[in-house]
Structure formats: structure tokens, C-alpha cells
Design a protein around this ligand. Structure first.
Ligand code: FES
Ligand SMILES: [Fe+2]
Length: 378
């Protein structure tokens, strides 16, 4: 992040911290309880929020070399992300153009060609149809019309984004956001630890827990509460995405330090809410990437990945590996505190106790995010 921007954000959070001022920059807002349990609304959300947007799928470093590939479900669409021999990264629907079998079953690998396990139609790693067994059986088949179906795919800030609907033009990532993330994450961060689990909660409860700090002092009293102030943050919308800056208690040390020496990562925790499915939580020397896949109105798969810079040469030292593993375990423990409360909320939705939930005036980011989602869903 540019130094001027760091200073601007740090000045804002420092002033609020010193004046013990909460950010009353939104209106109180009500959201209906039904929006978390209505299956018809959930289907609209899948279509209009997730299927029409660039979803974060993995880190670029997992598919760095020509021939590298991974497979993933992107909002229910089986997908291959592969780097062709030409160095270009592409995404395809992982469904054979003959009779629909899953073309690649492995979760990751390196290959020149994908061979369908049903009748061995073979595709090049750029998706084109390479070979059909016994082609004399298909006199009307035109190979150029039977490539794997390509999906919009983009590499930015060391991350891979895929839109799971072919022939769509998803909204581009704002340049300022890409620049900022790149400076924050480094250009080719590597994945050092990963944990995946399905939680019985609507996906919005998961996101909403990530963009307010009202709960920090209470829900995280046994983990991160002591590092942070109470309900103090500065947030900004960047296109469909959001940057929230949460000051750590150490921010008061900045008083009396020359602004040129201010470093935002030392005294704040920055959270990027990347529309529609990811959160980037920046730590001092690494970051956590939280990827979310909505499975049904009341269940969400969540993958927590801990990423960091690649070592200058060779492999990680045992000390660095232990550092990443320890931090990953701590992040998982902290985030599990959020997700288990989301499960409690989901269980209580049908009780009739509430018709609406209430977002406070100092949770402007939350109301703003929710308003944007509601507008998309209609
Ligand atoms: S379904 Fe793939 S080759 Fe037949
Ligand atoms: Fe939390």
C-alpha cells in the first residue's frame, strides 16, 4: 500500500482510538431473518452473486509451471484450472464434451493432456480436443466445436479468479485493489497450510462475522480480543469489494513517530472482503485467505489457507514451517469461534424469536455490504 494511503488510514484510526470515538458512519439497519433461510432467495444468490462473478479459487503459485493444473468446484461447477504449454492460465468446465463424464479426477497435477476416463477422448492443456478414439464413428463431429468449455479466468495479486459461467463478462477487479493486494501479499505467495470444513450456516452469516468488530471483545475474549480496540475500524468500498482497517492496541505508539516511518501492518489488521467468496486477513508476516462455497441455504464450505512469501531459495526451514503451522492453527481457532456462532444463529432462525436482525450505526461496513448484496439479488 502506498505510504500516503497508509498515513491517511492510520491517521483516521489513530484519531478515533485516542478520542475513544466509534465510527458512526452508517445508519442503524434491519435485515429480515427470512433472508438467511429462504431456499428460493438462496438460489437467486447463487446465480446473481456467485455465478456471475470472479470467485477466488487458489493461489497462482499452485499452477506456476506449464502443465500444472488443479480441479475445484466453483459454486457447484466442476472446474479445471490449467496452465497451458504456452504459459497462459485457463479455466474449463471439468465435463467431457462426449457424454459428460468428469475429465480430470485428480485434485492437482501436471500434464500435457487430459484423458477422459470413460471413452478416452483426449484434451490438450489449452482445452482443445486433441483426439477421439475411433473417429470414423462420428462423421459429423467437428473437433473445434468440442473443446472443453472455457470459463473466464484471471490471475491477479498472486491469486486465481474464475467465474463459473461461460460466456459472461464478470465485473473486473479495480486496479487500485489489485495494486494494493499485490503490495500486501507479494506477487507469488505460497500456500503453507489449509483446513477445510463445512459449517451448518448460511454464507451471509459467515461474511457478516468478518466485517464487524462489535463482537471482538466478547466472542474472541479467549483468542484475539486483547490485541484490538472495541468497535473501531475504518472501511472503504473498492468496487464490489471492501477494505476494513482494524487498529491493534499498539496503534497509540504511533503518536510521536515520524509519519514516514508509519507501517500499517504493524499496528492494524487489514481485512479485504473480496466479492463474492473470499476474505484476505493480513497478518504481519503472512496472511490468511478464507474461501467460501455456498452449498445450500444453511450450509457453507469454508477453506482457510495460510499463505506467505516463498523462501528466496530452496525449501522452507523447519522454523519457518513451524511458524506458519502455529499461526494457521491460531487463525483456525479464532475463525472457528465466529463460525460456531454462525451455526448457533442458523439453528435459532426458525424459532420465531426474531423477525429481523439489527446492525448498529458503528457497523457501517456491514450495512453497506448487505445493501449491495440485496440490490444484486433483487
Ligand atoms: S464421456 Fe468422455 S470420452 Fe466419453
Ligand atoms: Fe470474528
Amino acid at each position: 500500500m502506498k505510504q500516503l494511503k497508509q498515513i491517511e488510514l492510520l491517521e483516521a484510526v489513530l484519531a478515533r482510538t485516542l478520542e475513544k470515538r466509534r465510527p458512526m458512519d452508517g445508519d442503524e439497519a434491519l435485515v429480515s431473518v427470512g433472508s438467511y433461510r429462504d431456499p428460493a432467495r438462496f438460489e437467486r444468490e447463487r446465480e446473481r452473486v456467485f455465478r456471475s462473478a470472479l470467485n477466488v479459487v487458489t493461489a497462482s503459485s499452485r499452477v506456476a509451471r506449464p502443465g500444472d493444473f488443479i480441479t475445484a468446484e466453483v459454486c457447484g461447477v466442476p472446474t479445471i484450472v490449467a496452465r497451458g504449454d504456452d504459459g497462459q492460465l485457463r479455466a474449463f468446465i471439468n465435463v467431457c464434451r462426449h457424454r459428460g463424464a468428469t475429465v480430470e479426477l485428480k485434485s492437482a497435477g501436471n500434464c500435457k493432456r487430459f484423458v477422459c476416463p470413460y471413452h478416452a477422448w483426449t484434451y490438450n492443456n489449452d482445452g482443445s480436443l486433441h483426439r477421439v478414439r475411433h473417429p470414423e464413428g462420428f462423421p459429423t463431429l467437428r473437433a473445434e466445436e468440442h473443446a472443453l468449455v472455457e470459463l473466464p479466468c484471471l490471475e491477479a495479486a498472486g491469486l486465481v479468479f474464475v467465474c463459473p459461467s461461460p460466456n459472461t463478462a464478470p465485473e473486473a477487479l479495480p486496479e487500485a485493489l489489485v495494486e494494493e493486494l499485490e503490495a500486501m501479499l507479494g506477487s507469488h505467495p505460497r500456500i503453507y497450510a489449509s483446513t477445510t470444513r463445512t459449517w451448518r450456516a448460511n454464507w451471509k452469516l459467515i461474511v457478516e462475522g468478518g466485517i464487524e468488530s462489535y463482537h471482538f471483545k466478547v466472542a474472541h475474549k479467549d483468542s484475539i480480543a486483547s490485541f484490538f480496540g472495541d468497535t473501531n475500524s475504518v472501511w472503504e468500498r473498492m468496487g464490489q469489494h471492501l477494505r476494513s482497517v482494524l487498529p491493534k492496541s499498539s496503534i497509540v505508539e504511533l503518536e510521536g513517530v515520524s509519519r514516514d516511518a508509519w507501517n500499517i501492518r504493524e499496528h492494524t489488521h487489514i481485512v479485504y472482503t473480496l466479492h463474492p467468496n473470499a476474505m484476505v486477513l493480513t497478518q504481519r508476516a503472512h496472511f490468511d485467505l478464507v474461501l467460501m462455497t455456498p452449498l445450500s441455504v444453511d450450509s457453507t464450505q469454508i477453506q482457510i489457507l495460510t499463505l506467505g512469501a516463498a523462501p528466496e531459495r530452496g525449501d522452507l526451514t523447519p522454523q519457518s514451517r513451524a511458524f506458519f503451522e502455529k499461526n494457521h492453527a491460531f487463525s483456525v481457532r479464532t475463525l472457528d469461534e465466529d463460525f460456531s456462532i454462525a451455526e448457533q444463529i442458523q439453528r435459532g432462525l426458525s424459532s420465531g424469536a426474531n423477525t429481523h436482525f439489527r446492525f448498529a450505526r458503528f457497523e457501517g461496513a456491514l450495512s453497506d455490504w448487505r445493501k449491495a448484496i440485496d440490490a444484486l439479488v433483487g
